[in-house]
Ligand binder design. Structure first.
Ligand code: ADP
Ligand code: MG
Length: 699
């Protein structure tokens, strides 16, 4: 049978309808799919020894002749042993198979085979159990480096490897070369067929390294090109010019002096806004680093130059808080701030909309409802989005599209991310943005002391709550729960599975009635009406509540300096970065603050993961750790960051190649921006494929 890249797998010998369905579940339908399904690991089966010289217990290939007829014995129900003796020039060994009676007919006395397995026992007692074996001279899976594939039920690794071997033998030369020759040469990248063959059946370790390097590069390179297309689509055009002059006036409004890092970020943003081209800047900084001031400075400059700004937050609570902060700060200068959220009454909304259209509001603060139709800003010059990780790439694009004034100008875009994003990931997700990092906290912060405790410490922990309240402090208790009102990007489903955990409502009740009847306990969750939420939050802010029980609605941005203790229930259910965010809710005032992570998990990996938080308060390190441990998919929730599933590259491990691939992508696109040259056609097709398979990311 002839095999080509487009040969369907059910046409392969030994693949019936049922197996084909199993393979299709893995996303494998054609020979090409199979060739692009890369092994997750390898087993080195190259070492050949004699029976006598086989090292004890290490898997090796031993060529030997079958010396007698295999005998099967029934040890007990469900356990059958088949034994045979094999010999070579150096000695003999007993080969035993458990429940593999077919070997009785597969092994023929007098014939030679290669047995792959671990030899145990000494001298006359050498033996091998359940080896892989093949006739000498017709070896496929012995004497080489064997691929280990990601498996699903019903498809054995041997079967997948067998299929892959047929494809490699018959059509690997058909694998298209997407990387232009000049690029391959410049970066010392193996050719596509070589890479494909050696990623499946590497001749040597060196060949495997070369194959992997090429394929990782290709994957990151195509992705980078895709991101660059996205960037090019957005950064064309002109933008309003904000004079960078008025900053002195802004500083004069502040009750504190800006940190060096804030000054730097503001300078960078201000330069963008003065350039005449649309700013696309990400401000990254740890919780509490003071990102809001960078946004405020930009809004101030916009206003000074006669432009309006809009600031979007992911939750109403946050929007309201920003509104309070920014109006408090900027109104005295004459800059009018308005709030617009989904839960406001229609009449109120109408009033705000009218003021916006008339241009009497200079800064609009709101949730993503700002994006909904009906809001018109007469002179929108700047859009700020806070807590970026809640918004996907698609949201950003929608925002940019929202802008566009009558005179054909695009607004500046400033994105604030409170989740320190590992640099590697930022390069991909925000490859289309310039980045300012705020790597310095305002002075006077004491690090939060963090503890990881089990259920056995619950009573003591409640005691600690009481003690803190006795000192006049306030306490957060966070539980994971179903109630999540964080606006999810379109097409995203809420994460399932928390329903079985401590229902916040019952838990809050229990705390209020049984544990702390003497304290003032309030609670807030995502399903509450905004007004209720707001009044509870306001009460907590004002010190009228001692304990606030909540779901993660308080995760982002909420600022109550008197809160000094953060307790997280079922901490193992959260990502490290998310826990770090939560911890950032305390330690905002001058009091020593604490964070207690409760877990009933005894899994050493889980505990080791949580321990990272105990050990460090560096958000970037925590993010790197999160990325290493959970992968980029988990980092923001895969659907939210909109990145395609990477087949082979490891964002945590392949940093150097990522950088190289990104630079190469930039160079290539600079030389041939629309990829028109004949040698770039295969690449263009590949990128378009990435576009269609991940349509969400590019629209
Ligand atoms: P985040 O980066 O988490 O959004 P915020 O902008 O909310 O941080 O700032 C956190 C707190 O620090 C706020 O109470 C803010 O008023 C305060 N703050 C910001 N910048 C400074 C500064 N330079 N000096 C002192 N306090 C500051
Ligand atoms: Mg903030």
């Amino acid at each position: 049978m002839e095999i080509h890249l487009d040969t369907r797998l059910e046409a392969f010998p030994g693949i019936g309808a049922a197996r084909a369905r199993g393979l299709a579940k893995l996303g494998l339908e054609t020979a090409e799919d199979l060739l692009r399904c890369y092994p997750r690991d390898y087993e080195d089966r190259r070492l050949r020894t004699t029976i006598r010289s086989a090292p004890e217990g290490q898997s090796v290939c031993v060529p030997a002749m079958v010396a007698d007829t295999p005998r099967t014995s029934y040890v007990r129900k469900g356990l059958e042993l088949t034994k045979v003796r094999a010999v070579d020039g150096s000695g003999s060994m007993d080969v035993t198979f458990f429940n593999q009676t077919y070997v009785k007919h597969a092994l023929i006395p007098g014939e030679s085979y290669v047995f792959y397995g671990a030899v145990t026992g000494l001298g006359q007692r050498r033996q091998m159990t359940n080896p892989v074996f093949e006739p000498e001279g017709r070896a496929r899976f012995t004497g080489r480096i064997m691929p280990i594939y990601p498996l699903t039920a019903g498809i054995s690794n041997n079967r997948l490897a067998g299929l892959a071997l047929q494809c490699v033998e018959q059509c690997v030369e058909e694998v298209p070369e997407v990387l232009p020759p000049a690029l391959r040469q410049a970066h010392a990248l193996a050719a596509a067929p070589f890479a494909c063959q050696n990623i499946h059946f590497p001749e040597t370790e060196e060949a495997l390294d070369l194959a992997r390097r090429r394929l990782v590069f290709e994957e990151l390179f195509t992705l980078s090109c895709g991101m660059a297309f996205l960037r090019d689509r957005r950064s064309v055009g002109r933008a309003p010019v904000f004079s960078p002059e008025g900053l002195e006036g802004f500083r004069a409004l502040l009750p504190f002096s800006l940190t060096g890092a804030q000054e730097r970020a503001i300078r960078e943003a201000a330069a963008d806004c003065a350039s005449g081209r649309p700013m696309d800047r990400l401000v990254q900084g740890d919780v509490g680093s003071g990102k809001t001031m960078v946004a405020a400075a930009c809004c101030y400059l916009a206003w000074k130059s006669g432009w309006q700004s809009a600031l979007m937050a992911p939750t109403e609570i946050l929007a309201e808080q920003h509104f309070r902060t920014l109006s408090g700060l900027l109104e005295p200068a004459g800059l009018h701030v308005a709030l617009l959220t989904g839960s406001m009454r229609a009449a109120e909304k109408r009033k705000v909309r009218a003021a916006l259209a008339a241009g009497t509001v200079h800064l609009l603060v709101g949730t993503h409802a700002i994006l909904s139709d009906g809001v018109e800003l007469a002179r929108l010059g700047l859009v700020v989005t806070d807590e970026q990780h809640r918004f996907g790439v698609a949201q950003r694009a929608a925002l940019a599209a929202k802008g566009g004034t009558s005179d054909g100008l695009s607004p500046h875009v400033l994105v604030m991310s409170a989740t320190p994003i590992p640099r590697t990931l930022a390069l991909i997700i925000y490859g289309d943005l310039d980045v300012s990092v705020i790597d310095e906290l305002p002075p006077g912060r004491t690090p939060v002391e963090t503890f990881l405790v089990g259920e056995d410490k619950r009573a003591r922990m409640y005691g600690f709550v009481r003690k803190q309240v006795g000192l006049g402090r306030q306490v957060y208790i966070v539980c994971p729960a179903v109630e999540e009102a964080v606006p999810l990007p379109e097409g995203t489903e809420p994460s399932p599975g928390f329903a079985d955990l401590k229902a916040v409502t019952t838990y809050a009740k229990k705390l209020e009635e049984q544990v702390f009847p003497d304290l003032r306990v309030g609670f807030v969750h995502g399903r509450m009406r905004a007004k209720e939420k707001e009044s509870v939050m306001a009460a907590f802010s004002a010190g009228a509540l001692d304990v606030l029980v909540s779901t993660t609605v308080i995760e982002v941005g909420v600022d109550v300096p008197n809160a000094a203790l953060m307790i997280v229930e079922n901490a193992d259910r959260f990502g490290l970065s998310q826990l770090h965010q939560l911890r950032g809710r305390v330690g905002r005032g001058s009091h020593q603050s604490y964070c207690v992570l409760i877990t009933s998990s005894r899994d050493p990996d889980t505990r080791a993961r949580l321990k990272v938080l105990v050990q460090t308060s560096d958000g970037f390190r925590i993010a790197e750790e999160d990325l290493k441990l959970r992968g980029p998919g988990d980092f923001f929730g895969k659907r939210q960051h909109g990145l395609p599933q990477l087949k082979i590259a490891d964002l945590a491990g392949d940093t150097r190649l990522l950088k190289e691939a990104q630079e190469a992508a930039q160079d290539l696109l600079r030389a041939d921006p629309a990829l028109c040259r004949p040698e770039h056609q295969a690449l263009k097709t590949q990128i378009q494929r990435l576009f269609t398979e991940n349509a969400g990311i590019f629209n």
